[in-house]
Write a protein that binds this ligand. Structure first.
Ligand code: CTP
Length: 395
């Protein structure tokens, strides 16, 4: 998503400047071309050399630098930028941006650019809550800017409250969203399911599976980054919520079914990446089952097939985890569940399946066209699936 993208990173005078170094580094590692503009305040906290060393690109600090590589900096950077990210953004800079002022290289670049703007506030809680700040942020939002955070927690002042600069992974999510806001899925609602359901035996034990949820989370992020509104019905444990994705936490197959059926009422597509239990204990013991000398049998009842049940005027995509006869088994599911598309993955193949960041899938559509994809990151697999979904929307 960020590869080859021109990102202008505006850094303003806050102690959170040190986090902007990490952001600059991660953006660069993701393949973005990062041009940093620092306000005078920012240079009091960290040096331009630090950003230059991480991004391998010039850093702008002075609007009147005659030796700059950029002809007329604000115009040049403003024209080249695909997104402008102000992180951390101080109360002062936010006020100037809201007013449309242009009295330093950063604010001048913002005013001179038509690139989407993302602002990540960092300040003390009282300053953030001040009506003027709220009004200014509201004004920026109204003009189309994306406001990322701030987060809640311990602030440099020692107080606790709203005002922390978001952490780098969250900022990266916001930046990808800002870049893709007008993508081919904008205006669409995509419901994605993820993770392995857990069916309780008693208050302590569950029947579950090895699904990590990473595939569904990657689909959700990819859909967000193409402009979709995303609802992620998740039974995954331990994965951080992707920024700007509405996460509906569930545990059992029945809970997932209820959530998916409710949310697909507003959906344009349903992508079921979750590993849903096919069977659950017929009864759940109220108390912990005590050990005895005998073997224990648990009677299982069939769960509802969510994908087969969720019908309506939306694109329906399934996943099939198979350990043999990949294409034949997956193709049978396209028919039995009446799907538009299925992504079949051979869980025995290297780099695929549970817990990995990569996957090798074969796509089979309702006309039984078979497309074998190479080993890709799960995010990229998500994008290939969404390419098909976008095509179905167009058709
Ligand atoms: N699925 C579902 N509800 C279930 C079981 C599966 O919605 N109770 C969905 C999965 O999320 C997936 C697709 O159906 O998108 C196929 O799931 P899979 O486990 O591969 O197939 P099953 O239909 O359960 O058949 P089997 O386990 O026999 O392969």
């Amino acid at each position: 998503m960020l590869s080859g993208k021109r990102v202008v990173l505006g850094v303003t005078g806050s102690i959170a400047c040190y986090k902007a170094l990490d952001l600059a580094s991660k953006l660069t590692q993701a393949g973005a071309l990062v041009d940093t503009i620092m306000t005078r305040g920012a240079t009091q906290f960290v040096t331009p050399l630090a950003f230059r060393s991480l991004t391998h690109r010039p850093v702008v600090t002075d609007a009147f630098d005659a030796d700059s590589e950029y002809a007329v900096e604000h115009v040049e950077l403003a024209r080249q930028a695909e997104v402008i990210v102000v992180a951390p953004a101080t109360v002062h800079t936010i006020a100037k941006l809201a007013m449309g002022m242009a009295d330093d290289p950063l604010t001048t670049t913002v005013v001179a650019s038509r690139a989407p703007l993302m602002v990540a506030p960092a300040m003390d809680a009282d300053m953030f809550e001040h009506p003027a700040t709220q009004e200014n942020l509201g004004r920026l939002r109204q003009r189309g800017a994306v406001i990322a955070g701030p987060g809640q927690g311990r602030l440099a002042s020692g107080l606790t409250g709203w005002g922390r600069l978001l952490e780098t992974p969250e900022l990266l999510g916001y930046i990808a969203h800002t870049l893709g806001r007008n993508g081919d899925l904008s205006g669409r609602t995509v419901v994605v399911s993820a993770g392995g359901t857990a069916e309780p035996i008693d208050p302590v034990r569950v029947i579950t599976n090895h699904s990590s949820g990473k595939m569904g989370y990657a689909v959700a992020e990819a859909a967000r980054d193409r402009g979709a509104r995303v609802v992620l019905v998740s039974a995954a444990k331990g994965l951080p919520n992707p920024p700007l994705v509405e996460v509906v936490p569930v545990s059992t197959a029945q809970q997932m079914c209820d959530a998916v059926l409710a949310r697909t009422e507003e959906a344009d597509a349903l992508i079921m990446a979750a590993a849903v239990a096919d069977y659950r204990p017929l009864t759940t013991a109220d108390q912990k089952i005590k050990k005895s000398d005998d073997d224990l049998s648990i009677q299982l009842a069939k769960t509802v097939d969510i994908l087969a049940t969720a019908r309506g005027d939306f694109v329906r995509v399934g996943f099939a985890a198979e350990s043999e006869n990949l294409v034949a088994n997956a193709a049978a599911k396209v028919t039995s569940k009446s799907l538009d598309l299925i992504a079949a993955n051979d869980i025995t193949s290297e780099g695929s399946g549970f817990g990995t960041d990569t996957n090798r899938v074969t796509l089979i559509d309702r006309d039984m066209n078979v497309e074998e994809l190479p080993l890709l990151t799960k995010y990229e697999v998500g994008n290939r699936i969404l390419d098909r979904v976008a095509r179905l929307f167009r058709d």
